[in-house]
Design a protein around this ligand. Structure first.
Ligand code: DOR
Ligand code: ZN
Ligand code: ZN
Length: 429
């Protein structure tokens, strides 16, 4: 089929390495059919699905099960994250590596609330919470274990002890504001875990990746570690680049995410680390909850919102504004994610886009993001009405056009990708 890209820009297919489709799990919020159609609509050719499903991707059998379950619904290609559950699935790390997980995820210090237990550990309401947060020794062992595979060990970095203590204090004084949210999950919670991660990665030799960084101080530590020569990488998300705490007054509680969006000063520091290469790539942390669930007090409602469909438009708009170049867009949305995880290794090459995964972009197209146009099941977004210049107008997955001028075509043909990366780094390449 001929494709007319006159006046457009042709990019290697954009990759979103961080989405939660919650499938199987609470699919009333989102499912893989919807999230991959949203991806296709937003110019994303490959997504990496997070492993905190029910059942989680914690062993080889569940990997196969998830592969079949998602491939039946996929409109774009996808890779699977594996989950690290310490001694609970220590013996499953090597088999998951053999299956071809993209990387291993560890929810380090993530608030242990009932729903998380239910999703990650088959916890049933009323059951005693039998799995306490992991001690440092066990985290260290997990890192040693994953280091043996050569794959990336990626962490949601927020210190649980600190959060529980400080959240309790804020609750006791009846906090309700966005400043209270940050006081309960301060940047220190992220920094403490990032620093512990760096020090343990140095000792174990694991390829550490810090997920969704939100605080400027975390990036200082990560940059220093990279300068030491440690192969540590870090990602951020649009909400940390385009929002700041003060936006809560206009956007409201739907911008609640974990880690929480921090100050405007943090946002500017994160931009500096996008420019200087500390940050390898930008991904969405697509984590939808329903409109009803997100409508409530800041303390009660869940964290997370839609993101996979707005990732590329927001980053392209930043290029239109001159914050980054179009080459930076290719680096942040395609080249670095592909290199970091070895997405194109299955073809014996590290060059993204070489199997005709392409995103074609119209940098002159101007239109606002509109919630009602989103393809996710839930349409909770912080960017409703946000004016964007620079839109994906065609998404091509292995030569199949899955989106053209905003319309979905040839859906349901996505396939599993098993990244072949063994320890490649982005920093310093
Ligand atoms: O805001 C968030 N929502 N952050 C996470 O780390 C998890 C996610 C979710 O699954 O809802
Ligand atoms: Zn997370
Ligand atoms: Zn996440």
């Amino acid at each position: 089929e001929d494709v007319d890209a006159t006046g457009k820009f042709v990019f290697p297919g954009f990759i979103d390495t961080h989405i939660h489709s919650r499938d199987p799990g609470p699919t009333y919020k989102e499912d893989f059919t919807h999230s991959t159609q949203a991806a296709a609509a937003g110019g994303i050719t490959t997504v990496f699905e997070m492993p905190n499903t029910n059942p989680p991707v914690n062993n080889a059998a569940n990997f196969d099960r998830q592969h079949a379950h998602l491939e039946a619904q996929a409109s774009v290609d996808f890779a699977l994250w594996g989950i690290c559950l310490g001694h609970l699935n220590e013996m499953d790390i090597a088999p998951l590596d053999d299956k071809g997980v993209a990387a291993f995820k560890f929810f380090w210090g993530y608030a242990v609330h009932e729903e998380t237990y239910q999703l990650m550990y088959n916890y049933k309401p009323g059951m005693e919470k039998v799995i306490p947060p992991f001690h440092d020794g066990e985290v260290y062992k997990m890192m040693q274990n994953v280091a043996g595979t050569g794959r990336v060990f990626a962490v949601h970095a927020e210190n649980n002890d600190l959060i529980q203590t400080l959240t309790g204090e804020v609750e006791a004084r009846g906090g309700t504001t966005y400043d209270d949210l940050i006081a309960g999950r301060p940047q220190l919670a992220e920094v403490l875990t990032v620093q512990a991660g760096i020090d343990m990665a140095r000792a174990t030799g694991v390829r550490l990746h810090i997920l969704h960084v939100s605080a400027g101080e975390s990036l200082k530590r990560i940059r220093a570690a990279q300068n030491e020569g440690l192969p540590i990488t870090v990602e951020t998300c649009p909400h940390y680049l385009f929002l700041a705490a003060e936006d809560y007054d206009t956007i409201g509680a739907k911008m609640k995410v974990y880690p929480p969006v921090k100050t405007a000063a943090d946002r500017e520091e994160i931009w500096q680390h996008v420019a200087n290469g500390t940050i390898s790539h930008i991904c969405s942390d697509h984590a939808p909850h329903t409109e009803e669930e997100k409508d409530g007090s800041l303390w009660e409602i869940p964290a997370g919102m839609c993101g996979v469909e707005t990732l590329a438009p927001l980053v392209l708009n930043a290029a239109s504004e001159g914050k980054i170049s179009l080459n930076d867009v290719a680096r942040l949305l395609a080249e670095n994610p592909a290199r970091l995880f070895g997405v194109d290794d299955r073809k014996g090459t590290l060059v993204p886009g070489t199997d005709a995964d392409l995103t074609i972009v119209d940098m002159l197209k101007e239109a606002p993001i509109q919630r009602e146009n989103l393809h996710s099941k839930s349409k909770v977004t912080a960017y409703d009405g946000f004016d964007v210049k620079g839109w994906p107008v065609m998404t091509i997955v292995r030569g199949n056009t899955v989106m053209q001028d905003g319309d979905l075509r040839e859906t349901g043909r996505g396939q599993l990708v098993t990244p072949g990366n063994k320890g490649a780094t982005v920093y310093g390449l």
